[in-house]
Design a protein. Structure first.
Length: 393
């Protein structure tokens, strides 16, 4: 059986590509349903893009690579597609866009689009072998216990990265890319919680507050969540993409709080209050209790000099912690690194030295911030490959 294009992976990027490539297209996935990562995203409501998505929100060894695809298919193009399908949505913090209803609406929209394009979808299908031929590629698949020997002109790698293996994530795209001589940059779990081997935050599990997390490369102002294993929350997930083992993380617990002025003013009117009592009006009580064992907080407000208050503020705004590691691919939202962008054309996503081979989405060394950016890369890169393939006919 011969196809113009076979797409490995029925996720966000793969389905977007299938909707645009034209010709006879087959999309395969080993999962029991298409778009499984879409389904669980955004708490079941799918943070499908971000209003502020741009090249500066992505990490890659080549920070310029993503510019072309993002410019040719923007967040506004995807929003228009969502609107045309009658899917209601809303904006949350920092430009994040979510479905009012269910993430399943986005999956159904993509399924409708690939059906409209005439593409086939095979789920519960495994790749057993593939190799290059004079006319393209030979692909050996197993579906429902039967083997299928197929051929295609174009082969698209859209199987994602290693994140969340319990959902079936593997390094298949990297293995195939290596088979054809493409380079793979170092891969790491990204957008992932930090862990501390000594369980130091176990008693704070569930406590959250706005915070600024930073290292020598960047900083993020978003919520911080203490867990029984360590630190999580948006600020932690964001910084994890820029973190390396052994590095300290700086935590500012009062990034936008004029705590020095507040405490000094209260010292005049309520000096008999314990310092910890007053702090608990501005920070979570359990956190204040925990910090009191690590930062000097003796006596009442009236006992605190300006110098003492300044030292306290300095400690709260520059709490240095060194994680022992991260939760790893088990809970990571994305994989950092992947198929080296030097191996691909930034306009078409086609391998420079392997005509007809394309790589898109999370499989490529382009990783977005938390907040809908990685989905936008899936839409943009999938679209870029799709229209490039369509242009061949």
């Amino acid at each position: 059986m011969t196809y113009d294009t076979i797409i490995l992976g029925a996720g966000a990027a793969g389905m977007m590509c299938a909707a645009h490539c034209g010709g006879r297209v087959l999309v395969i996935d080993h999962a029991k349903a298409a778009g499984e990562k879409i389904r669980i995203s955004g708490g079941g409501r799918c943070n499908f893009t971000n209003m502020y998505a741009g090249p500066g929100n992505f990490l890659s060894q080549n920070p310029h690579f993503c510019k072309s695809a993002l410019a040719r298919y923007t967040q506004w193009d995807f929003i228009d597609l969502v609107d045309r399908h009658g899917i209601a949505w809303h904006e949350k913090t920092l430009g994040q866009l979510f479905c009012d209803g269910s993430s399943k609406q986005i999956i159904q929209m993509l399924l409708d689009e690939i059906e409209r394009a005439g593409a086939e979808l095979w789920i519960r299908t495994d790749v057993k072998d593939l190799h290059k031929t004079d006319g393209g590629f030979a692909v050996d698949l197993e579906r429902e216990g039967q083997r299928h020997n197929l051929s295609c002109t174009n082969l698209v790698l859209a199987t994602g990265g290693k994140s969340i293996p319990k959902m079936g994530a593997t390094g298949l795209a990297y293995d195939i890319a290596r088979q054809f001589g493409l380079t793979i940059t170092e891969t790491r779990a990204a957008l992932v919680p930090f862990t501390f081997s000594d369980g130091k935050f176990k008693d704070l599990s569930g406590v959250s507050l706005p915070a600024r997390l930073s290292n020598d490369r960047t900083s993020f102002d978003e919520a911080l969540l203490f867990t029984h294993r360590g630190l999580s929350g948006p600020s932690v997930l964001q910084l994890s993409s820029y973190w390396r083992e052994g590095e300290a993380v700086r935590v500012n617990l009062i990034p936008d709080l004029p705590l020095f002025d507040l405490l000094r003013d209260q010292r005049q009117s309520g000096g008999r209050k314990a310092l910890t009592t007053e702090l608990a009006r501005h920070l979570p009580g359990r956190l204040v209790e925990y910090l009191s064992h690590h930062i000097p907080m003796p006596g009442n407000l009236a006992d605190q000099s300006d110098a003492a208050l300044s030292e306290l503020i300095a400690a709260l705004s520059d709490w240095q912690l060194t994680p022992s590691g991260t939760e790893g691919y088990r809970t990571a939202e994305v994989t950092l690194g992947g198929i080296d962008t030097d191996s691909l054309s930034s306009k078409t996503m086609e391998a420079r030295d392997v005509p007809g081979l394309y790589a898109i989405g999370e499989a490529v060394d382009v990783t977005g911030w938390l907040g809908g950016y990685n989905f936008q890369w899936a839409w943009s890169s999938g679209h870029a490959a799709g229209i490039a393939i369509a242009g061949q006919s």
